[in-house]
Design a protein around this ligand. Structure first.
Ligand code: SAH
Length: 486
C-alpha cells in the first residue's frame, strides 16, 4: 500500500507531482526543496532552481523526489562540461559554478563543526580559513578504473557505471581524467574488437576482460595501463603492447588476475607485459613508486596543498617527535619528516607499510619508522609501555619511549573517523598539538567534540577541495592543548 503523508496543508503520496524551490543542499550535493516545511531530496537540482518533481519515496521526516523539469534555473547553474554527468554517478555538482561548489563545501564543513563539533559561531569565525580550490577543476585525477562490458547490441564498450548500478555508460573521455585516457581506451577497445576478445560478464562469470586501470604520474608524465582479467593471459598481447607502447609517456603495461565472482575490482597478482610494474611520481619533492595495487592520492595537485597545510598546522621546528596515524603509504609522514626530529607512522594495511618503508628509503629519509597495526591498538600499547618504563626509570630521561613520546599527533582516518580508544589515548598522551586531516566533516565534528571535552581547542580550520565536481571535501584542523593554569 502506498504511503500517505500529511504535509500540514495537503496529503502527498508516491508519484505525486509538485512544484518547489530548492533552498538547500544535502551532504552529497543533492538539492533540498520544502513543501510546507517538509523536506524533499531532489537529485540534479541546485539552490535557486524552481522545479517540478515527482515523489519517489516518503519517510517520516523527509522524502525523495525525481526532477521532472527545471521551471526556473538557478543563477549559479553552468553548462556542465560532461554531457553524461547526470547519468554517471561521479559528479553530483558539475552543473554548479566552481565558485559556488567551493561555497557549498565550506558551508558543509562549518555546519558539521557547529552542529556536531560543538564549536560556537564566534569560535568558527576566528579559526575558519578560506577553502583551497583548484585553478583548473578538471582533468585532475591521476587514476581511473573503467569497467569493460557489452551494450544491448552486443558491442564491446567501456566507460562508467551509472549511479548505483552496474550498467556501463560508454565514455572514453571523462573530464576528470587525463587527456591520454581517451587514446589509450580506444586503442584497447579496438584491439579487443579486432581479436574478438570478450568482456567479462558478471552474471555468468564468463568472458575475460573486466576492467582497465589507468594511472599517470603528473610530475613525471609516466603512464601505466593494467588490464584486469578473469584469467591469467591475454591472447595476442604482443600486438596490444606494440600499439600502446607508441603512446608517449607509456612506461608500464601489465595484467592483474581476478578470477573471483566479486565486486572487488582488483585481484592480488600482477603479471608484467611490458616495461616496469610501477610508475614513479613526485609530490612536493618526494618521489613515490606506485604499483597497480598501491594506494595513492588521486589528485596530486591538491594533495600537495593538503600535505603542506598539515605540515604548516603541525608547526614543526625540527625538535619534535610526531606520530602520523592512518599513514597509508607514508606520504604525510615523509612530508613531516622533513621538518621533525622523528616521525612514527601507523597503518593497518601491511602492503601500504611495505610501500611506506620503500618510499622512505628511496628518498633517503631515515628519521621515520612505520608500524603495522590499528591506530587504536598500537597507540595504547605504546602508551602503556611508556608508563611502565617511566615508573621503572623515573630519573633516566633517555628511555626509548620518552624519545618517542609525541609532541604532535597527526591523524588522517578513513570516513568513519577515529576509534574512541585512539582518541582516548591521544588525550592521555597530551601532545602539544593535534592535526586532524579528515575526508568526512561529520565524523570530524564528532571527534572534535570528544577532543574538545578532553581539553583541546580548535585553533585553525582549512578546507581543501580534492574532488571538484563532486560533493566531497577534505578538511585540516589544528588543535592545541589548553594548558592548565599554573
Ligand atoms: N594519510 C594517507 C592515507 C589516508 S587514508 C595519505 O594521505 O595517503 C586512511 C588510511 O587509514 C588508509 O590507508 C587505511 O588503510 C588506514 N586505516 C583504516 N583503519 C585504520 C585503523 N584502524 N588503524 C590504522 N590505519 C587504518
Amino acid at each position: 500500500m502506498g504511503r500517505l503523508l500529511l504535509c500540514r496543508e495537503r496529503l502527498m503520496k508516491k508519484n505525486d507531482l509538485f512544484r518547489v524551490e530548492i533552498v538547500d543542499m544535502g551532504s552529497e550535493g543533492e538539492g533540498i526543496g520544502k513543501v510546507d516545511g517538509f523536506p524533499f531530496f531532489i537529485k540534479d537540482t541546485l539552490i535557486g532552481d524552481v522545479v517540478e518533481a515527482k515523489v519517489t519515496k516518503l519517510k517520516k521526516q523527509y522524502g525523495y523526489a525525481r526532477l521532472m523539469e527545471i521551471l526556473t534555473a538557478s543563477p549559479d547553474r553552468v553548462e556542465p562540461k560532461c554531457p553524461l554527468h547526470q547519468k554517471c554517478g561521479g559528479c553530483q555538482l558539475q552543473a554548479l559554478s566552481y565558485e559556488k561548489q567551493l561555497v557549498f563545501k565550506e558551508n558543509k564543513i562549518k555546519n558539521n563543526l557547529l552542529r556536531l563539533g560543538g564549536l560556537t559561531a564566534e569560535q568558527l569565525r576566528a579559526c575558519m580559513e578560506p577553502i583551497v580550490g583548484m585553478e583548473n577543476p578538471y582533468h585532475y585525477r591521476n587514476k581511473a578504473q573503467f569497467p569493460v562490458g557489452t551494450d544491448r547490441e552486443g558491442n564491446l564498450v567501456t566507460g562508467f557505471y551509472a549511479g548505483r548500478t552496474h550498467t556501463i555508460i560508454p565514455n572514453t573521455d571523462c573530464c576528470l581524467g587525463v587527456a591520454e585516457n581517451r587514446e589509450i581506451l580506444e586503442t584497447i577497445l579496438d584491439f579487443l574488437k579486432t581479436y574478438q576478445i570478450p568482456a567479462y560478464e558478471e552474471a555468468t562469470g564468463r568472458g575475460l576482460v573486466r576492467h582497465i586501470l589507468l594511472r599517470k604520474g603528473f610530475a613525471t608524465g609516466e603512464l601505466m595501463v593494467c588490464l584486469i582479467l578473469n584469467g591469467r593471459s591475454l591472447p595476442h598481447s604482443r600486438e596490444l603492447v606494440d600499439r600502446l607502447g607508441k603512446i608517449s609517456g607509456m612506461t608500464s603495461i601489465c595484467l592483474n588476475v581476478n578470477e573471483r565472482n566479486t565486486n572487488v575490482i582488483m585481484g592480488e597478482e600482477i603479471l608484467p607485459l611490458w616495461g616496469q610494474n610501477f610508475i614513479t611520481d613526485k609530490i612536493g619533492g618526494i618521489s613515490y613508486q606506485i604499483s597497480p595495487l598501491s594506494f595513492y592520492q588521486v589528485n596530486p595537485v591538491q594533495t600537495e596543498k593538503l600535505y603542506r597545510t598539515a605540515l604548516e598546522f603541525a608547526g614543526l621546528t625540527g625538535r619534535e617527535t610526531v606520530w602520523d596515524l592512518y599513514c597509508g603509504i607514508g606520504t604525510i609522514s615523509l612530508f613531516l619528516a622533513q621538518g621533525a626530529k622523528r616521525v612514527y607512522g601507523v597503518e593497518v594495511v601491511p602492503q601500504a607499510i611495505a610501500d611506506a618503508r620503500r618510499n622512505a628509503e628511496r628518498n633517503g629519509i631515515s628519521n621515520v619508522e612505520f608500524f603495522v597495526g590499528k591506530a587504536e591498538e598500537v597507540l595504547p600499547e605504546f602508551y602503556e609501555k611508556e608508563q611502565k618504563e617511566r615508573g621503572q626509570a623515573a630519573r633516566d630521561m633517555d628511555t626509548a619511549s620518552q624519545m618517542r613520546h609525541p609532541d604532535v599527533i597527526v591523524v588522517d582516518p578513513p570516513r568513519k573517523g577515529c576509534d574512541e580508544r585512539c582518541l582516548y589515548t591521544m588525550l592521555k598522551m597530551a601532545p602539544e598539538r593535534i592535526v586532524y586531516v579528515s575526508c568526512d566533516s561529520a565524523t570530524l565534528g564528532r571527534d572534535l567534540k570528544y577532543l574538545g571535552n578532553g581539553g583541546y581547542v580548535v585553533t585553525r580550520v582549512r578546507g581543501v577541495d580534492m574532488f571538484p565536481g563532486t560533493g566531497h571535501v577534505e578538511t585540516v584542523v589544528m588543535l592545541s592543548h589548553k594548558k592548565p593554569i599554573a
